[in-house]
Design a binder for this molecule. Structure first.
Ligand code: NAP
Ligand code: GCO
Length: 267
């Protein structure tokens, strides 16, 4: 039994989770901590950071929070240097920070499109570039990019997000290709529809108290018949962060309740 636990143990590892102040990032950071990792996280808002530190403490986790926008390369490099100096080399990077803008494409400004791609795709590039030298020096590393259903599927109003998440899938594969020989595994997690602040507008009750049409749509498109919870992502994150996945590289692990496998119930 001991050897199995060792396979999934993150004891002695330092993990950096971007956007770890709440939502999926917070849940993944909590899971990695449960497996033994020291947790560092970043976000842009001081209020979110303070609240998160308190929330981690309530979970019994002494997390290390940093105010840093993943699109600010100088700030990212300074944060990685500080974490390396104070907590040791970063063993695990979870590129989780991300935004979405739901705007019909022809109504979306190029500025809005650029902002989504900047945070959701260029940010992970900047973050990976900042941590890879240390991982190469150490002779090992794990990078987990949080992709999406939209890495595979399109839908109205999310052109920028789908373009970014499709690109993130291929960035994942390229990091695998370029750094697999340095014993660095770069994989993706593709969550389905998860109940977080990001999807709250899609689940909002209607004025008459009925469920949001999109809410009903997603439940009908998901064989599991429910929205995902952030807890559904904890096991997959530990797997991809641990020695249990040392020969898994360039893979996108979809945690979607079966959405991608299902054409939908016949009328
Ligand atoms: P969320 O609830 O909106 O949380 C996003 C987190 O990222 C917050 O901590 C936010 O904090 C941080 N953040 C945003 N922009 C940032 C930036 N430029 N630099 C640093 N931190 C930044 O989102 P979520 O639902 O947890 O989603 C997390 C990730 O999973 C995203 O990449 C999302 O695309 C992806 N995803 C979500 C779902 C879903 O159904 N929820 C499904 C598939 C994939 P600040 O605002 O304080 O920076
Ligand atoms: C949307 C949702 C999705 C989810 C997620 C699905 O508007 O369609 O926000 O994009 O966030 O990415 O995997």
């Amino acid at each position: 039994m001991e050897s199995i636990n060792k396979l999934f143990s993150l004891q002695g590892k330092t993990a950096l989770v971007t956007g770890g102040s709440y939502g999926i990032g917070f849940a993944i950071a909590k899971a990695l901590s449960k497996a033994g990792a020291v947790i560092a996280f970043n976000c842009r808002s001081k209020a979110h950071l303070q609240q998160a530190l308190s929330d981690y403490e309530k979970e019994g986790i002494t997390a290390h929070g940093y105010l840093c926008d993943v699109t600010d390369e100088a700030a990212v490099r300074a944060m990685v240097a500080e974490i390396t100096e104070t907590l040791g080399p970063i063993d695990i990077l979870v590129n989780n920070a991300g935004i979405i803008k739901r705007i019909p494409m022809c109504e979306m400004s190029t500025e809005d499109f650029r902002q989504v791609v900047d945070i959701d795709l260029v940010g992970p590039f900047i973050m990976a570039k900042a941590v890879l030298p240390g991982m190469i020096h150490q002779g090992h590393g794990k990078i987990i990019n949080i992709c999406s259903m939209m890495s595979e599927l399109g839908r109205e109003t999310v052109s920028a997000y789908a373009a970014a998440k499709g690109g993130l899938k291929m960035l994942t594969r390229n990091i695998c290709a370029e750094f697999g020989s340095a014993n660095i595994q770069c994989n993706g997690i593709g969550p389905g529809y998860i109940a977080t602040p990001q999807t709250a507008p899609l689940r909002q009750r209607q004025a008459d108290g009925s469920r949001h049409p999109f809410d009903q749509f997603i439940v009908s498109k998901t064989p599991a018949g429910r929205w995902g919870t952030t807890a559904d992502l904890e096991g997959p994150a530990i797997f991809l962060a641990s020695a249990a996945s040392d020969f898994v590289n360039g893979h996108i692990l979809y945690v979607d309740g079966g959405i991608l496998a299902y054409i939908g119930k016949q009328p």
